[in-house]
Design a protein around this ligand. Sequence first.
Ligand SMILES: Cc1ncc(COP(=O)(O)O)c(C=O)c1O
Length: 381
Amino acid sequence: MSSPQNRVWASIDLAALERNLGRIRTALPPGVQYVAVVKADAYGHGLYQTVARLMQCGADAFAVANVFEGAEVREIGAGWPILVLGPILPGEEDRLLENDLVATISSPEEVKRFEKAARKAGRPLRVHLKVDTGMGRLGVWHSEAEALFAQLEQSRQLALEGIYTHFSSADTDAEYTKTQRERLIRVIQKMPEGTVNRLLIHADNSAGIDSFAAQSPFTAVRVGLLQFGHLPYKDSLLARLAIEPVLSFHTRVGLLKELPRGTPISYGRTYTLKRRSRLAVLTAGYGDGIPTPASNRAQVLIGGQRCPVLGRVTMDQTIVDVTDLKDAVSVGDEAVLIGAQGDERITVAEFSEWGACIPWETFCSLTKRVPRVYRTARVAV
Ligand SMILES: Cc1ncc(COP(=O)(O)O)c(C=O)c1O
């Protein structure tokens, strides 16, 4: 109990991550490559441990947000292709080459800039062409992709290895996702067959996999959220895969006290006790990643029972009502913010809803103050 990880911690089950990868693979046609998306510290799960495990259990490639994340992944292992999904700022090109990273190309300007860097380094720079099929973020607009592709094909300095797009609404709008797929397919159909055959063609994020067609030209998927054990949306067909949550989020009871009816609770006095209440002050707050919109909304598990958060979540502490707990609660008892305790479970989806955010954001919001504790046992799939 003397270690800082006892005040608040995230438990990461790497065996569950491994099993999830195996199960996601079963949903894909054989030969489709698995690009593990590990940006933002592997969605808060810890880059090093996550990537090392994914390398051991068969990820084909990795995708990161920027060259710095890419360099970290390269430190962990040689050989795996590492795609940088984000734009490369002027001055960052050398890092691509130094770490053998694959850059994303969206514009003729980037082609020229990357060619210059590759010429200077005396070796080709690996790239994927990104096509904007309706996300409105990175990528060349689909009707202009042919021209950029031609420019890339002529380049001696750039090695085109893939082509991809990103879905904007795969979790909410199957029709629009279909339109986006078709736009990319039309771009591909205009390319010479010899070129297409050697490219990695990818579009699917976690939610996209629901509509991944066996007969499509796509040869890879880019999976983030799903591998960490959470469905991209509630009624996803991927529920059949029975993936498991990899991360759980824990804290402890730091103080117990009883206060009379009518007592206001926490900053701003947004809650007033409706009865004489027994309260537990937990040793975690928004400084650890409990979002402030969860004030007066969230629940935590103590003694396997749900206890409501009262008043505002503060930086270092959160107050919950333990009046109705069946069993006695003691200072030092564990409280689960995300995860299971007894027969109860709080999912990241539920936690995120209380926090007025999305599961991706919840994971990225667990702060540095939350030690990640790894469970590494190998468990058969
Ligand atoms: C370009 C790109 N591809 C794939 C992913 C993975 O998405 P998901 O976590 O929904 O699987 C992301 C995540 O934001 C992304 O930005």
